[in-house]
Write a protein that binds this ligand. Structure first.
Ligand SMILES: Cc1cc2nc3c(=O)[nH]c(=O)nc-3n(C[C@H](O)[C@H](O)[C@H](O)COP(=O)(O)OP(=O)(O)OC[C@H]3O[C@@H](n4cnc5c(N)ncnc54)[C@H](O)[C@@H]3O)c2cc1C
Length: 448
């Protein structure tokens, strides 16, 4: 049997590895249009600020492929899938490559919102960039070396936008993040934690503009700024757009494989076409696009069994898990973080907002199961949360985990339970009084 994989990043590479782990004899070929073997995209912003080199990004070098008997074809863009005769065609080559099973691990490209001049100024290299590949990072690095480039605008206040802003700031550029939503990380944080994060980002010298719809990129020969919908203008010598992803679907669409926003797959990661599978950023499963590495890794295990026709492992979706990678700033968001946006009821929330120490912890529970968490500025609970996601948890152990206490008034017996109060007991003003008139000092901690 011959398995052909198009795409050689996380999804493609780990599918190849997992298939090899199941079978030593199957022929496996990988095709990628990029010129590098599998490298991680996570640290691309640090390539711009020259904290790391290309070598540091490469995860598996040529020898790794050889040792696993995987044939890797770099610089080969697939331009057609022919499901009728089970072949793919390579751009500018007459050859047809045959397959018995085909895996589409085509990934995604940066989304460019409908902003006047954005696409044309990016294509004409007039100071508008997106970041997805090593080549993109190298182009940005070269551009900002020009002494005339001093001000940067990052369109998009999501994880990648903030990580990029942090590295651009480290290159000594005046840096502004422009976000469409009323808060940073709108998909990973609630509004309260969003405000804390904004303050933290601003304290690092990065300007943040919220509720901002970029309407136009200004400049003729090169970028000179942006204009927002309200008419406000911001100067910039470079504009970096980091506003989500678009799954790569064209190749599948041309081959009449069912697509929507992504390539549609079922629980075995089969597409609508027999013997063609798809995984990673390019897929849509039950209306979800994932765009994160843990999803690619999970799917790569399942597709490895599916190509052998063993339909005993089903994909059930991946819990979103995100960590902001900015030095000295700890932020992790996992699963459901805003129950008010969920269709069903019965949710419980335990939160601890320690504004003085700039820490925020929120745990989301439903039917006694841990469903989600935000941890900002405090990492002690991370391993507990990773281990207990979707598992039964008791209120008491969560209370202990977050160090939330009950205080009792020695005068009247009234209780101050931090689980139900917005303000931590230590943050109450010194002249705060119990209903009976007793001062804060009359309260005793009950559950140490
Ligand atoms: C800057 C940055 C930071 C990130 N940080 C994180 C993080 O911290 N955590 C996390 O979980 N995720 C992160 N991500 C997202 C993560 O990198 C993606 O989820 C992951 O790369 C998806 O892997 P993939 O294999 O599905 O697709 P891709 O990585 O997009 O790879 C697809 C490959 O297929 C190739 N290809 C496409 N079409 C063709 C064709 N026609 N012919 C030949 N080759 C083709 C592409 O060139 C590409 O090499 C980050 C992404 C970026 C850009």
């Amino acid at each position: 049997m011959k398995v052909v994989i198009i795409g050689n990043n996380v999804a493609g590479t780990f599918s190849a590895q997992n298939i090899r782990n199941l079978n030593e004899d199957v022929e496996i070929e990988l095709y990628t249009q990029e010129k590098f073997p599998y490298y991680t995209r996570i640290n691309l912003p640090e390539l711009i600020s020259e904290k790391i080199s290309i070598e540091d990004l490469i995860v598996f070098k040529d020898n790794w492929y050889k040792s696993k008997n995987l044939k890797l074809h770099l610089n080969k863009k697939v331009n057609k899938i022919n499901p009728q005769n089970k072949t793919i065609s390579i751009e500018e080559k007459d050859e047809l490559i045959s397959y018995d099973k085909l895996i589409l691990a085509l990934g995604s490209t940066p989304n460019i919102p409908p902003i006047k001049n954005a696409v044309v100024m990016k294509n004409d290299k007039k100071g508008v960039f997106t970041l997805r590949s090593i080549d993109d990072a190298l182009e940005i690095k070269d551009y900002i070396k020009n002494p005339d480039v001093n001000k940067a605008i990052i369109i998009g206040g999501g994880l990648l936008g903030l990580e990029l802003a942090n590295q651009i700031k480290d290159c000594n550029l005046e840096t502004t993040v422009v976000e469409f939503f009323p808060q940073l990380l709108p998909r990973q944080l609630d509004i309260e934690c969003g405000i804390m994060l904004k303050e933290e980002i601003e304290s690092r010298g990065i300007e943040v503009v919220l509720n901002a719809t970029t309407e136009e990129i200004l400049g003729d020969g090169k970028v000179i700024g942006i204009k927002l919908k309200g008419g406000e203008q911001y100067d910039a010598d470079i504009v970096l757009i980091q506003a989500g992803i678009r799954p790569t679907i064209d190749l599948a669409k041309k081959a009449n494989i069912e697509t929507n926003r992504g390539i549609i797959v079922n629980e075995f990661l089969e597409t609508s076409e027999i013997d063609i599978f798809a995984i990673g950023d390019c897929i849509e499963y039950k209306n979800q696009i994932y765009g994160i590495i843990p999803a690619c890794m999970e799917q790569s295990k399942i597709v490895a069994t599916s190509v052998f026709g063993t339909k005993n492992v089903e994909y059930k979706g991946t819990t979103p898990k995100n960590t902001l990678k900015i030095m000295g700033l700890d932020l992790t968001s996992i699963g459901v973080i805003e129950p008010s946006k969920e269709p069903s009821g019965g949710w419980e929330i335990l939160r601890k907002a320690d504004k003085k120490d700039c820490c925020y912890q929120k745990l989301v529970v439903k039917d006694n199961k841990l469903k989600g968490a935000i941890l900002f500025g405090e990492t002690k609970a991370i391993s507990f949360i990773y281990n207990k996601m979707e598992q039964n948890v008791s209120k008491e152990e969560l209370r202990k985990l977050l160090e939330l206490y009950v205080y009792e008034c020695e005068n009247c017996g009234a209780k101050y339970d931090e689980v139900t109060m917005d303000v931590l007991f230590k943050d109450l003003p010194d002249d705060w009084k119990c209903n009976c008139g007793a001062l804060k000092t009359k309260f005793k901690k009950m559950n140490d």
